[in-house]
Design a protein around this ligand. Structure first.
Ligand SMILES: *[C@@H]1O[C@H](CO)[C@@H](O)[C@H](O)[C@H]1NC(C)=O
Ligand SMILES: *[C@@H]1O[C@H](CO)[C@@H](O)[C@H](O)[C@H]1NC(C)=O
Ligand SMILES: *[C@@H]1O[C@H](CO)[C@@H](O)[C@H](O)[C@H]1NC(C)=O
Ligand SMILES: *[C@@H]1O[C@H](CO)[C@@H](O)[C@H](O)[C@H]1NC(C)=O
Ligand SMILES: *[C@@H]1O[C@H](CO)[C@@H](O)[C@H](O)[C@H]1NC(C)=O
Ligand SMILES: *[C@@H]1O[C@H](CO)[C@@H](O)[C@H](O)[C@H]1NC(C)=O
Length: 792
């Protein structure tokens, strides 16, 4: 039987294998079938499911000809919301309308409207991405071609009941897809194998993306809250639907785990902290390679992108944005979809143009990925362990106290207490892969590496776009940390590798460890670490811990490259390379966009990962001994995982499971680098906020575009373009360096100087309205000569 399945390697899609198992001749024809008439050959389901909104008829996928798998019942394209079309565009998600008759759920719904990465011209594409990324996109994008605004559907994969109708209800895993806030879909992530092997109900779903999912034209969400994170609301709506209906599909509504990858994990991070999230809709979270604290995860100034879009499609921009920003949304509601998505709104490198942003409703005011308040709770814990070991330990503690005072007076920064207790309710499993950022580099970079000059450009661009203050100091800190000083000369390959490491740490590892630290702050402390430290700043979390049930945290680092994968070996595991293992692709020789060829050990690795993930979904503990007697046999290779106990994560001991062919428990993953990102740089940055003279914060030659790579954000102080003297005549200004700048001066006038100063600062900088004395400084210094100011 095994050999039989091996012979089907050529098949691109799981569904085709399913077809084959029904009608075993003529599959050459089927292999060329469109990717959209999914599951045509599967058997109709044996039952009609009565949901709260109407009846559904799914289908049976006979998987039992694969080893270790049993058949699953699948329901595709189930509506969980009223279609967000016409007047419902840019509206909060509504419950679906009931339907009469029986809905045949055998087809995926269209995906939400999106602009796909352009890979038509491969030469051009390879200037922006590695070959492996191109191959991956070639497999993925065909699933995303059928688009419609009517896209709010979910898919359910449920093991066929072996023991009859009275069988215990199964845990539910809801997958929130990643790739981007602006494109992709849940559809390509077929949950059949995971459901079958792990004995769980898997749900995948679409949510609104890009402009339709995240438009936010409201400049003062902290004063006038208004929903803007429609995409996140869609996810909440799906969770509501699951509460109401999943029992009918064999799922237990009291054991729901949200699992997300990349941007999807960031979404879950928001749901965990959202004031609008109803308690009890989900109970555990799996955050894979994504966090709300990454620079790409929060649009700090969404209004600028909204206005840029409005201009491109000829919507009028109201004079008083604070009062009339709704006019923009109203106008965009009537613009044809093609025009909306034809507009070219490019985000600065490493940032997002249409993604989650503070709207005062779904995402609370005060959330900022530059907010250091959350960090201090964590710092006080972390420094308990390593104070004295590093000189930075003392600094961290000292400024932590200062920071508390700062946050005490400012409502806008009041995230500390709130975020300290958010983790208490959820068990969390989180982790990263070893080479998260590899896919951002060009084919040439991957092949040949590059010199220090280019590395500097990339890091400088990241620093400029991700931070606002003390850019020079931050830049040199990073370059220093990621230079191998033991070498006499730097080889281009080494330089490339350090740049990959720097971006991976900055964009993925540090942010998710920060999330983990915050969430773990409420976990029961390990016995040995009971000594409290930084009593003042830890007060909030102590309080929270005493009043709320604590969640458990587990941290993994996935370090395995698929043998027949898309990337050269020994580069590290690329973002998303763990997903085929989690979805069980090796057990069926691959499906949808995942690779097709796997070794026996890779199959075992996939089994181990699925068991960890589904154990966690079942009990909150990934370890095997919590698992009920398994119905299914497991392969011998998997035994090497059996002897390992995955200990839970806390900010002090920082234990994690390294997942690979030789799994082991380690601790303090990339601890030195992370202390740079999580402690030193935030301190440098914060010191800049208190600087009276804004120009100290900019780079020397801040506007020399030769020093950057890709689009950069404008100088947040409005210093460099030299327009500060004109205060009342929009349209008259021009910027010498506007080539790559996103925002024209006219917009700055409207948003900033036209309003009052505190609004301006809130909007542009996303920082406290109560600036210690520096407020007028930022504005008054704009006309000063800047070229003599920068020193370091
Ligand atoms: C696209 O989706 C619509 C709606 O489900 C469906 O009717 C149509 O057949 C699909 N088109 C393709 C090419 O799959
Ligand atoms: C593809 O892109 C390359 C590099 O940008 C360019 O030189 C070439 O002309 C393009 N080819 C086509 C057919 O557009
Ligand atoms: C906007 O107006 C300009 C000039 O009137 C026109 O050329 C352009 O096609 C319009 N764009 C849209 C999206 O309607
Ligand atoms: C799988 O691997 C074999 C041997 O390495 C190779 O010949 C074959 O082309 C691969 N198949 C796919 C679909 O990649
Ligand atoms: C301006 O500042 C005052 C207080 O300083 C505040 O009440 C007001 O809301 C701010 N915004 C506008 C648009 O006036
Ligand atoms: C700024 O300073 C430089 C050098 O100190 C000088 O050459 C330049 O004229 C000054 N510009 C202005 C606008 O004062």
């Amino acid at each position: 039987m095994w050999n039989c399945t091996r012979s089907m390697l050529q098949l691109r899609m799981l569904r085709l294998m399913l077809l084959l198992s029904v009608a075993s001749i003529g599959w050459f024809d089927l292999a060329t079938a469109s990717t959209h008439d999914v599951y045509n050959g599967a058997r109709p389901g044996h039952r009609i499911v009565q949901t709260r909104y109407g009846r559904l008829h799914g289908m049976i996928l006979p998987l039992d000809n694969f080893r270790y798998l049993r058949s699953v019942e699948v329901f595709l394209g189930v509506p969980y919301a009223t279609p967000p079309i016409k007047q419902n565009r840019f509206s909060p998600t509504r419950a679906p309308a009931p339907w009469d008759g029986i809905r045949i759920s055998d087809k995926y719904s269209p995906v939400c409207p999106q602009r796909l990465p352009n890979i038509q011209n491969e030469t051009a594409a390879l200037e922006k991405m590695p070959k492996g990324r191109l191959e991956y996109l070639k497999r993925l994008l065909p699933f995303l071609e059928n688009q419609s605004e009517d896209c709010l559907y979910l898919n359910i994969f449920s093991p066929v009941n072996a023991a009859g109708a009275n069988e215990k209800k199964l845990p539910v895993i809801v997958f929130i897809h990643g790739e981007s806030f602006e494109w992709s879909s849940g559809n390509p992530y077929d949950g059949s194998v995971l459901a079958s092997y792990g004995e769980v109900v898997v749900v995948t779903l679409n949510y609104r993306l890009g402009i339709l999912g995240f438009l936010n034209a409201n400049p003062s969400p902290h004063v006038h809250a208004r929903v803007a994170n429609y995409g996140l609301m869609d996810q909440m709506a799906a969770l509501h639907w699951i509460q109401q209906n999943i029992q009918k599909f064999g799922g237990d509504p009291n054991v729901v785990t949200l699992a997300g990858h990349g941007t999807g994990a960031a979404c879950i991070n928001y749901l965990m902290t959202s004031p609008t999230m109803v308690r009890g809709l989900f109970h555990r979270a799996i955050l894979m390679s994504g966090s709300a604290y990454s620079s790409w995860a929060l649009v700090e100034d969404p209004v600028l992108f909204a206005i840029k879009l409005a201009k491109e499609v000829n919507c009028t921009i109201p004079e008083d944005l604070n009062r009339h920003h709704e006019q923009i949304v109203d106008c965009l509601r009537d613009v044809p979809l093609e025009d909306l998505y034809a507009a070219d709104i490019q985000a600065p490198n490493f940032l997002t143009s249409f993604g989650p942003s503070v709207d005062g409703v779904v995402i609370r005011p005060g959330h900022s990925n530059l907010d250091i308040d959350d960090l201090m709770t964590r710092n006080s814990k972390r420094s308990a362990g390593d104070a004295g070991a590093q000189s930075a330990g003392g600094n961290g503690g000292g400024s932590g106290a200062g920071g508390s005072a700062f946050s005490g007076g400012s409502g806008y920064f009041g995230g500390g207490a709130a975020s300290a207790n958010i983790g208490g309710h959820y068990d969390v499993l989180f982790g990263v892969v070893t080479g998260e950022s590899i896919w951002r580099f060009s084919a040439h970079d991957i092949q040949n590496g590059f010199e220090g000059e280019r590395r500097d450009k990339i890091i400088r661009t990241y620093v400029r776009n991700a931070y606002n203050y003390h850019l020079n100091e931050i830049f040199y800190t990073i370059v220093n940390e990621y230079t191998d000083w033991d070498r006499t000369s730097q080889h281009p390959i080494n330089t490339r590798d350090t740049a990959v490491a720097a971006l991976s740490d900055a964009q993925f590892v540090a942010p998710i460890v920060r999330t983990g630290d915050i969430l773990a702050a409420n976990s029961p402390p390990p016995v040995s670490s009971a000594t409290p430290s930084g009593a003042a700043s830890a007060a909030a979390s102590t309080l929270a811990a005493s009043t709320q049930p604590a969640g458990r945290c587990y941290f993994y680092v996935f370090d395995y490259q698929t043998k027949d994968g898309d990337y050269p070996q020994r580069m590290g595991t690329v973002h998303g390379e763990d997903l085929p293992y989690i979805f069980g692709a090796p057990l069926v020789d691959g499906f949808s966009h995942f690779p097709q060829n796997y070794t026996k050990s890779e199959t075992a690795l996939s089994e181990a990962v699925m068991i960890y993930w589904t154990n966690f979904a079942r009990t909150g503990n990934p370890n095997e001994h919590h698992r009920q007697d398994s119905v299914l046999p497991v392969s011998k290779e998997r035994n090497r995982f059996r002897s390992i106990t995955w200990e839970n994560y806390d900010p002090l001991h920082q234990k994690y499971l390294e997942i690979g062919m030789k799994p082991r428990i380690k601790n303090h993953f990339r601890a030195h680098q992370l202390s740079i990102w999580l402690r030193l740089i935030p301190e440098l940055h914060r010191a800049g906020m208190e600087d009276v003279i804004a120009r100290h914060n900019l780079f020397r030659n801040h506007d020399d575009m030769e020093l950057y790579e890709g689009p950069v954000k404008p100088d947040p102080f409005g210093l460099s373009a030299g327009t500060a003297t004109s205060s009342s005549s929009p349209g008259s200004s021009s910027s010498s360096s506007s080539r790559l700048l996103l925002i024209d001066e006219q917009l700055m006038m409207k948003k900033g100087r036209g309003l009052n100063a505190s609004t301006y600062l809130n909007g542009i900088l996303g920082v406290a309205s109560r600036m210690p004395n520096g407020l007028m400084g930022y504005l008054c210094c704009a006309s000063d000569n800047q070229s003599d100011s920068v020193e370091h």
